[in-house]
Design a protein around this ligand. Structure first.
Ligand SMILES: NC(=O)c1ccc[n+]([C@@H]2O[C@H](COP(=O)([O-])OP(=O)(O)OC[C@H]3O[C@@H](n4cnc5c(N)ncnc54)[C@H](O)[C@@H]3O)[C@@H](O)[C@H]2O)c1
Ligand SMILES: [Zn+2]
Length: 370
């Protein structure tokens, strides 16, 4: 078992990571919320409900909780005010009180949506995250960002609201589709490059066995643990995203542009981040920040993760245009997170158009031949 503390003063909590820990959900909740709370709403999605809802429900009932659930459809397109309202309605009908508990069980979509319900229902009720995708275990369940989408943009309606605890069962990852695994790995490699060389080396040793779920429970727990530790440290130092938290956007400047020009339909988010890290790495190399050795190590690891689509048919100029659009939004300067080495990055506002073009050209023409 790995225990990762997340420090937010009197709102601090612990992330518990253990293979097979879903059966301990009841005891974990008791530890997080005490004996007073009785009512629990599990909010989950169709796929996850079919796999894990019974286990979680039984574990909660065994600990004396009064359990209800709501099953929402799968997909980012359901991360809406409508789903939010359906969850709220279910809670009100069940006569939720201030100490009643919301438990999102699933990926980042349900975590963000049900987390936003927790932040706002009765001006805030406790919630416990049980993330079941790599993205949610290493990223979205940590840090307290909760939100739903608006038709004009993603995550536009939301809040910062910390859970009382996060319970991670690494065994549930074995039922993920391979593309979800790849996408999660984008954020994983990002964590290693921005903060921890030792974790990068760990990934170099274990990446295939992790992605095929052939790694031991111990390796899987350490793998998720590294990520949680890195993300927890960054968000604790900067809860409301005014400084350090920006380093979590490594690979996202080009990544977002690639998602935009392909209308969010070709790449999973983490795949776009993988491509964005290749471009950022090249800029760092050309600026003399990162060594050729580290640049190659990063590209080799990203290649081992692999992505399920290539860049065929995408016009570099469209990618540049999409980035310029971003530029206007953030006040005239594109912000890049660039590595000095594996494990250390800094924020840069001085990347020239020429450097960006060169990095895209490397990504489009050389990376896939690597
Ligand atoms: N709050 C944050 O800080 C933060 C950070 C990163 C991403 N996000 C958000 O997270 C969302 C993406 O999350 P995601 O990648 O987990 O997607 P997701 O929640 O859509 O889950 C992906 C798919 O996997 C299924 N699934 C979940 N667990 C499974 C399991 N164990 N076995 C089989 N199938 C399973 C889901 O039902 C879904 O169909 C986005 O909305 C993004 O905005 C938030
Ligand atoms: Zn991301």
């Amino acid at each position: 078992m790995e225990l990762i503390p997340v420090e937010f003063g009197n709102r601090s909590y612990t992330i518990e990571i253990e293979a097979g820990s879903l059966v301990r959900t009841g005891k974990f909740l008791r530890k997080c919320v005490g004996d007073q709370s009785v009512k629990v709403l599990i909010a989950t999605t169709k796929t996850v409900a079919g796999l894990y809802l019974d286990t979680v429900r039984e574990a909660l009932v065994a600990e004396g909780f009064d359990v209800i659930d709501i099953i929402v459809p799968d997909g980012e397109e359901y991360k809406t005010l409508k789903t939010y309202e359906n969850i709220v309605t279910k809670c009100i009908e069940a006569r939720f009180e201030r100490r009643s508990i919301i438990v999102p069980l699933g990926g980042g979509v349900i975590g963000d949506t049900a987390g936003f319900v927790a932040a706002t229902l009765l001006r805030g009720v406790p919630f416990i995250q049980i993330p079941t995708t790599i993205v949610s275990q290493v990223d979205s369940s940590i840090g307290g960002k909760v939100a739903v989408n608006h038709s004009l943009g993603k995550n536009l309606i939301g809040s910062f609201y910390q859970p009382r605890g996060v319970l991670i069962d690494t065994k549930v990852l074995t039922t993920l589709e391979q593309r979800e695994v790849i996408s999660g790995m984008g954020e994983v490699v990002k964590h290693a490059v921005i903060r921890t060389a030792e974790f990068f080396t760990f990934l170099e040793e274990h990446i295939e066995s992790i992605m095929r779920f052939e790694a031991s429970d111990d390796v899987m727990e350490r793998f998720i643990g590294w990520n949680c530790k890195i993300k927890a440290e960054v968000v604790s130092a900067d809860e409301h995203e005014s400084g350090l938290r920006a380093i979590l956007n490594y690979g996202h400047t080009v990544g977002h542009a690639l998602e935009a020009v392909t209308r969010y339909s070709r790449f999973k988010h983490g795949e776009a981040v993988i491509l964005g890290m290749v471009a950022a790495g090249k800029i760092a190399l050309d600026k003399g920040l990162m060594s050729e050795t580290d640049f190659t190590r990063q590209n080799n690891l990203l290649n081992r993760v692999g992505i399920s689509s290539d860049l065929t048919g995408i016009d570099i100029h469209d990618v540049l245009k999409a980035m310029t659009l971003d530029k206007k939004v953030i006040g005239g300067r594109l912000r890049f997170i660039l590595p000095d080495s594996i494990g250390a990055v800094r924020i840069h506002n001085d990347v020239s158009d020429d450097e960006i073009k060169k990095s895209l050209s490397f990504l489009f023409n050389d990376f896939f031949a690597y």
